[in-house]
Ligand binder design. Sequence first.
Ligand SMILES: Nc1ncnc2c1ncn2[C@@H]1O[C@H](COP(=O)(O)OP(=O)(O)O)[C@@H](O)[C@H]1O
Ligand SMILES: [Mg+2]
Length: 390
Amino acid sequence: MMADYLDRIGAGKVLLDRAPFSFDWTPPALVGRDTELRELASMFTGMESHGVSSRAVITGPVGSGKTVMTRRFGEDLQRMLDGRRKIILAHVNCRNHPSTSQVLQQIVLSLDSGHPERGFSSGEIIQSIRRNLNAHDSHLLLVLDEVDALIRREKSDLIYKLLRIDEGRDQQGSLSLMLVSQDVSMLKLFEAAIISRLGESNILNLQPYDAPALMGIARQRYEEACKPGSVGDDTLAKIGRFAADTGDARLAIELLEAAIRRAEKAGRGDVLVEDVRPSTLRAASVEPSQVDNLSKHQKLVLLGICRRLKKADEISSGDARKLYNLVCEEFEARPRSYTTFWKHLKALETQGLIETRTANASVGRGRTQHITMTNTAPAVLESRIEKEFQ
Ligand SMILES: Nc1ncnc2c1ncn2[C@@H]1O[C@H](COP(=O)(O)OP(=O)(O)O)[C@@H](O)[C@H]1O
Ligand SMILES: [Mg+2]
């Protein structure tokens, strides 16, 4: 009794473990990327043999799982070769470390052999990395993530040197390289010598995720982080649908996390469909131009709803009708019948502009519904419609 309100501080009613929502959490398995992982693995054939090195280029839009794929693959490969070949993983985000010396410093740090000494050329540092690897009988799997940041700044000089690390030496197979970039055209910046060394067949292009894949990704986080049964299929499906506009897995995960937060804030142990709302930090998932194709009265119905939802989370269908009548008066239009109003509401819902939920208690004329607008900003639609009518 005494301090019940403090319950919310500890383990949540929904969330058991926050870790799966942290940015550096690597899932135990990737969802819906079996084919791509197999393709990547084929670029690493023969890796159990000392003396063999591989290279791969991974491209794909934001949130298509490029980074997580290099991490999952690297760890899996390391484990698979355990006892046969020692693999050291180094992951450098070139956006955070865009110069040759910064990249080399990150590599040296992951070899755990102290800082690179000053006053050496990049070629000398690379050879000292090589000696270190050979001395420990190790192979370096180096990921240069967001590599376009490095190339834009310093051309492909470092990559060329890294690809030639064993050239003219007895011992081969010091280093495998994975290059990651959003931008496929990054490859065009490379000279022919680099492209031929990378191997043209070693390019893996990740497509944006579709709704079922995004639902699966959200489901995996839920299963890893939440109480069993706390998030239903319909909720996960809505997340999948929302995130499918961009195909960005990060968005699906953020939508789930925010929905969990809303449920817990409301003191509930289950996450409901209406807890899923688009992130305000992101572009709305409905294009404002979508309203242009609505009929005149659909626009008037929507305008009334937008005006209320600028200030409130939801509006009842009864209030929506009243506001529609007011809007009609304002723009000198004759309000349509009750039935037509309902038809317009349903049409707006079908188009994803609004969401409706049937209220528990039905008042007056049977069905009362609560209308929310989760895919878009009401104020944006409001001003677009007003502009057209004025
Ligand atoms: N196939 C997948 N299965 C599980 N989680 C994924 C998958 N793809 C991406 N994610 C998760 O989505 C988020 C974004 O992925 P990330 O690899 O950072 O994308 P990118 O590097 O392409 O921008 C990360 O939290 C990542 O763990
Ligand atoms: Mg990334």
